[in-house]
Design a protein around this ligand. Structure first.
Ligand SMILES: [Zn+2]
Length: 216
């Protein structure tokens, strides 16, 4: 239905602040709910599934189908109690991620990014933070991973407008983690062999608490 399509696209277009970054901290409750209520929750792909280990395709069409994908991603993210989800985590080979994530100041961020690119930051901006990281596609496992505590991503919203997103702390980690996914990398690819082995052991020992796609 045309009306719904318009609403979906509208829901993904956020205001921009003085410096050109999207404002993703307002009406989070309502926006996240509106997205997920239009979506269908889907099972999560796990490490070893080929769709997670190759670069996804660029989004080139910004219509109702994309809005439906974003809605399904919000629904799936909620079911799995995630703070970020990339399209290949529900088996779709397209560069899109969604997030519902708090930064270290307690501000909640909700949004969608298509075709994200991490902005290279000058060394003085790269304060490393070595908190724990986990991934819905590596269920039941966590490992400390050093990442810059500030990140910026450029990309497009669901209507195709160019956007810039920035975040600190845990949200900065999320932006980097989700962008990595769309280029075929999991956080465990950034760990040492031994750390990775430990993560795989944790995963084997813990049953996923949400539906996953079994690997062949
Ligand atoms: Zn992940």
């Amino acid at each position: 239905m045309a009306q719904q399509d318009t609403d979906q696209q509208h829901a993904g277009v956020l205001p921009v602040d003085d410096e050109g970054y999207i404002v993703d901290t307002e009406d989070c409750e309502e926006r996240e709910q509106a997205w997920r209520e239009r979506g269908t929750s889907r099972p999560i792909t796990v490490v070893g599934n080929p769709v997670l280990h190759k670069e996804c395709r660029d989004v080139t069409e910004f219509g109702a189908e994309l809005a439906q994908l974003a809605a399904d991603m919000f629904a799936s993210q909620r079911t799995a109690e995630g703070v970020g989800l990339a399209a290949n985590q529900i088996g779709v080979d397209l560069k899109v991620f969604v997030y519902d994530c708090q930064d270290d100041e307690g501000n909640r961020h909700v949004g969608v990014v298509c075709n994200p690119k991490l902005v290279e930051l000058p060394a003085e901006k790269r304060l490393l933070d070595d908190n724990n990281e986990g991934c819905l596609s590596v269920p039941g496992a966590y490992a400390p991973l050093a990442r810059p505590d500030y990140a910026e991503v450029t990309g497009q919203d669901v209507a195709g407008n160019a956007i810039k997103v920035r975040g600190t702390g845990y949200f900065a980690r999320c932006l980097q983690h989700e962008t990595d996914h769309l280029y075929g990398y999991l956080y465990i690819d950034r760990l040492s062999k031994r750390e990775r082995k430990d993560v795989m052991r944790q995963m084997a020992e813990n049953e996923p608490r949400y539906p996953v796609v079994a690997n062949d």
